[in-house]
Design a protein around this ligand. Sequence first.
Ligand SMILES: *Cc1c(COP(=O)(O)O)cnc(C)c1O
Length: 452
Amino acid sequence: MQTKILLDEEQMPKRWYNVQADLPTPLDPPLHPATHKPVGPDDLKAIFPMELIKQEVTTDRYIDIPGEVQDVLRLFRPTPLYRAFRLEKFLKTPAKIYYKWEGVSPAGSHKTNTSVPQAYYNMKAGMERIATETGAGQWGSALAFATMLYDLECTIYMVRSSYTQKPYRKSMMQVWGAECIASPSTKTKSGQMVLEKDPETPGALGIAISEAVEDAATHANTNYALGSVLNHVCLHQTIIGQECREQFAMVEDYPDVVIGCVGGGSNFAGIAFPFAGDKMTGKHKDTDIIGAEPASCPTLTKGEFTYDFGDVAGLTPLLKMFTLGHDFVPPSIHAGGLRYHGDSPIVSRLVHDGVMRAVAYHQSEVFDAAQTFSRTEGIIVAPETSHAVKCAIDEARKCKKTGEEKTILFNCSGHGNFDMSAYDAYYAGQLVDYEYPDELIREAIGRIPKIQ
Ligand SMILES: *Cc1c(COP(=O)(O)O)cnc(C)c1O
């Protein structure tokens, strides 16, 4: 009856796992936003260091984690895998529920797994500053932490709705020495354009991305960094799932169900790709791999699998992914980190090919689940994470009905200690369960440029 399954520091994975090596068919290449031709390394050199561009496209199965990156990751890794005995008992389920706890990192979420290597490669490439966007503030704070360690400056465009809702994330960025600006802002042309049309806009991740990319592209000493979606980001997160595999081996178990919440897809990718690899290579063919997303931004469940821009202004390369259309502005739900119109191209492909599947939940039901989790396991999860908690609880309840003793694993991507205003809204009965009308989704999808 082991509650915490812990690895020693020496057992931290020394390599990232690249699921591109095990895809049945290669990914569709990103396309240049203007010419619609595949983008080459030269197109990306203006905003990314070469090491990350290489990681974006390589099909090598394993990529070594630089020693100086391992040194920083060891501040909080390996992270614990917990067995949720109290939650199981409360649910009266025969299922075994495990969760991987990523909230132990200094920034409080999985995002430091990629902010650290990204800052490192930019420092190695001689960059002086990184510009980025942040939704709920987790990525901004994770990058602020990482850039501080490698002596880089950091400018963060934060989605306005979160900027006002979550002031303490902003404070964290300041402690770690970064500059945080509400987006849309008047600092960039992309921001000015959006503000002209709608001065009251709550902002969106897609808009903030346009601003950060523009900032990086127009300053020679500045690169851009993305906290989710891209292949190299998902790659860096695979340290999570690899650790889980080791931890399950220690208790002689293996998950039947693997769950993560999905915004851009990186924490889900992180926990799921190693298991998806086992599934695609026939080692464990029947693993059920589930991404949980908000019903108000139902990218995987209602979007279209097609080429689209990553941002509102159409500055980023076109990615083949599930998308709701690049000008889709989701309502300002409390899980700000899940408000993104697109998704990781690899996660999209694996969902499209049936290796993974997706479910969508409303705000009030995920907060019910988060409360259940806090009152059994203690941890107060981030609103984003609560989608994964809800999915795990649903799967465990199904087992109660069927009597199946499944092993359920979910990624507990971060803590909600700076999201208490969201919990306050929940207890005040102020959460709105936005149902985005299918018609509006179809209209937004209809505005995506058609690529031959
Ligand atoms: C950012 C964030 C997410 C969503 O982003 P993904 O790239 O989909 O993982 C989920 N949980 C937490 C705690 C986050 O900070």
